[in-house]
Design a binder for this molecule. Structure first.
Ligand SMILES: *Cc1c(COP(=O)(O)O)cnc(C)c1O
Length: 253
């Protein structure tokens, strides 16, 4: 493992600690731990860190910065990894997302979904999509407004080459766990409504992506099926220039 910032025993210990937190949160909520998937968020860490995580048993990785992610995928092409785009998707980046990722979790408007559908190569499986919902913020925050979600979901579902898997949210930190859980619970209401309204042959959405290192317990209590964990696994992220880190914020360890 040349020049790795991580080593296998240290990463494995961090992974066990995260798995223990997930299991405890599931036990407290009366949920099966197998109902919560762990997505390792490897943004800002190099391919060698992802390789260590893979050796510890992880296969699914989340990335925010699309060019950085594609460089990592090329360096790790020998491994059977599943890549999730969890950063903002601008129009000029949809082709890279469509061609390289298995999942796009941050789709929040139809124009982006249409471009992803057009650009998804025919030889790849459908791009797995979550709609990012703005459950707590004002009009400037990323994510579709809850009142606009049903129409967006219908339109995205009708597009070829995409499969709508569920919802994702990134609420701001709240003063305590109860307040955090209350915000996450709004996403669960929207997710349940999406599933209740679902008709037709394609499988119902099954993914509610919410919870990060600082708030995974509240997210699991509120029904999360996928937690996105960065710093609790890889350690504190190197500081990036503000302009290059649109989503790096209060959660950074
Ligand atoms: C960085 C990031 C994460 C991981 O955050 P941690 O607090 O390091 O666990 C999860 N989701 C998104 C969208 C992120 O940008």
């Amino acid at each position: 493992m040349p020049d790795s910032p991580l080593n296998n025993p240290a990463f494995s210990a961090a992974l066990r600690a995260v798995q223990t937190r997930i299991a405890a949160a599931c036990a407290a909520a009366g949920r099966d731990p197998a109902s919560v998937q762990l997505l390792a968020v490897s943004k800002t860490f190099g391919p060698e860190a992802v390789r260590v995580a893979y050796q510890a048993g992880l296969l699914a990785f989340g990335e925010n910065y699309i060019q950085e992610a594609v460089a990592k995928m090329v360096a790790l092409a020998d491994l059977p990894l599943q890549w999730h785009c969890i950063g903002p998707i601008q129009s000029n980046k949809t082709r890279l997302v469509a061609e390289h990722f298995a999942w796009a979790q941050t789709v929040d408007r139809l124009k982006i979904a249409q471009r992803l559908a057009e650009q998804r190569p025919a030889h790849l499986p459908p791009l797995q999509v979550c709609l990012q919902v703005n459950v707590d913020g004002g009009p400037t925050k990323a994510g579709v407004a809850p009142e606009d979600l049903p129409a967006l979901a219908r339109a995205v579902r009708a597009l070829p080459r995409l499969r709508l898997r569920g919802l994702m949210c990134i609420p701001d930190p709240q003063p305590d766990a109860a307040a955090m859980q209350a915000v996450f619970a709004r996403a669960l209401v929207l997710f349940d409504a999406l599933r209740a309204d679902w008709e037709g042959p394609d499988p119902e959405p099954d993914t509610l992506s919410m919870g990060m290192s600082a708030d995974l317990e509240a997210a699991i209590a509120a029904g999360s099926t996928l937690v996105r964990i960065g710093s609790a696994l890889f350690g504190a992220r190197p500081v990036k220039p503000a302009a290059a880190a649109p989503l790096a914020g209060a959660q950074d360890g």
